[in-house]
Unconditional design. Structure first.
Length: 181
């Protein structure tokens, strides 16, 4: 059990209406006395936002948050397939949740997820990946770059010296070419 004064932005707390992510945290000390804590909370299931005011010594309960390392195993029509890196348990995550985040990740690569009561809150990809170029095409928008199709299915703008069969290093956050390996 914690007190409201020990919380920080990013904490996940239990409330009667569900589990909430602290999106804003402000400690206010009015001129006339006792400090208060003003927070903005976001329900992790409904994404509804609300504001609350608590006393710094008021008890709050942290929600159970788990972090797991998962190995990417591929995809189906409606979900992505993963395997827990520690115990081998199979997981599926929906296309809506994952979005385009995995377009630079190949089978067998590890991602980290943070979840609360089987609700995935975030995914952390490796900062970069190395992928094989399976085809190169002229880029109509640039004379100094061309498009490279990589083994994960994504297309990346690369310098003209990159050829089919080369391995390239890609920043997974921006999708930009970093180096030829």
């Amino acid at each position: 059990m914690m007190t409201a004064g020990e919380l920080k932005k990013g904490s996940i707390i239990e409330r009667p209406a569900g589990d909430f992510l602290v999106t804003e945290y402000q400690r206010i000390r009015p001129m006339d006395g006792k400090p208060i804590i003003r927070m903005r909370l976001k329900n992790i299931k409904t994404e509804e936002e609300t504001g609350i005011i608590l006393q710094p010594d008021e008890p709050v309960t942290l929600a159970p948050v788990l972090q797991k390392s998962l190995l990417y195993q591929g995809y189906t029509e409606d979900s992505f397939l993963f395997q827990d890196a520690d115990d081998g348990e199979a997981f599926t995550l929906s296309h809506e949740l994952v979005g385009n985040a995995l377009k630079y990740i190949k089978n067998g690569e590890c991602i980290k997820i943070t979840s609360c009561r089987d609700q995935v809150l975030s995914m952390e990809l490796p900062p970069f990946t190395i992928l094989k170029v399976i085809g190169v095409f002229p880029d109509p928008n640039s004379s100094s770059l061309k498009l490279a199709a990589v083994e994960s299915g994504a297309k990346v703008r690369v310098p003209t010296f990159v050829e089919t069969g080369d391995s390239i290093k890609i920043d997974t956050r921006s999708g930009k070419f970093l180096a030829r390996m």
